[in-house]
Write a protein that binds this ligand. Structure first.
Ligand SMILES: [Zn+2]
Ligand SMILES: [Zn+2]
Length: 144
């Protein structure tokens, strides 16, 4: 969730026309406190107005390819969408519950990647770092 983000500005900065539908999709992703599936995003948009499912999926792909939105992997087939890091929104790890499939945002400080030492030893170019912690969430019970 980003309370300081200007979605119109984020789109323009990424070189995208800030169309109404793009802004609406980005608002749903950015205003939510945890990552959502494409289906969740579509359902949320449907509640307020009529939007085509294919349109929503296309916009999500576009936002991902322009680095505005991150597609976060669950390790399985499902993907979730969250706001990509930007000036107002710091990169942070995610927690994925393997029982109920809920994904949560963790605080940026909870787990950090030592990029400096990684860059020292890694010969290629790093474009994105995704940190995901898997386990069982509080609601599902921490003991099996
Ligand atoms: Zn759970
Ligand atoms: Zn997040």
């Amino acid at each position: 969730m980003c309370i300081h983000c200007n979605y119109k500005e984020l789109l323009s900065t990424a070189g995208l026309d800030p169309t109404d539908n793009r802004i609406r999709v980005l608002e749903v992703v950015g205003n939510n406190s945890f990552p959502l599936s494409a289906k969740d995003i579509f359902n949320t948009l449907q509640r307020s107005s009529n939007i085509n499912r294919v349109t929503v999926y296309r916009i999500l792909d576009l936002l991902v390819s322009h680095g505005v939105v991150d597609r976060i992997s669950t390790g399985g087939r499902a993907f979730y969408y969250g706001l990509a890091p930007n000036a107002h929104h710091r990169a942070h790890p995610h927690f994925y519950c393997t029982k109920c499939g809920q994904m949560d945002c963790l605080s940026p400080e909870s787990l950090t990647v030592d990029m400096a030492s990684l860059l020292k030893t890694f010969p290629g170019r790093i474009e994105k770092v995704e940190v995901r912690v898997d386990g069982i969430c509080k609601n599902c019970g921490s003991t099996p």
